[in-house]
Design a protein. Structure first.
Length: 75
């Protein structure tokens, strides 16, 4: 099972809503739940998750190798 690694988030002059998830290993479901608890609605949760993946702050740990997640949008 792949786990997600959340890298340290750097913020300046802003409240770090993701402070409680830094530098930990979580499953995807756990990460969505944590981010969702900080978001106003499901659209904000999705936007935050995409931002975490695209920025490289969340990596997938598969068999000891950390890999970035690529997000593709479809309409």
């Amino acid at each position: 099972m792949a786990s997600l690694v959340v890298s340290h988030l750097v913020t300046t002059n802003m409240k770090n809503y993701y402070g409680k998830i830094n530098r930990r290993n979580y499953s995807l479901g756990e990460l969505v739940s944590i981010v969702g608890s900080c978001a106003k609605d499901s659209k904000e949760t999705l936007a935050a998750m995409v931002d975490l993946f695209e920025s490289g702050r969340v990596l997938v740990n598969t068999h000891g190798q950390l890999k970035r997640v690529k997000v593709a949008a479809s309409s």
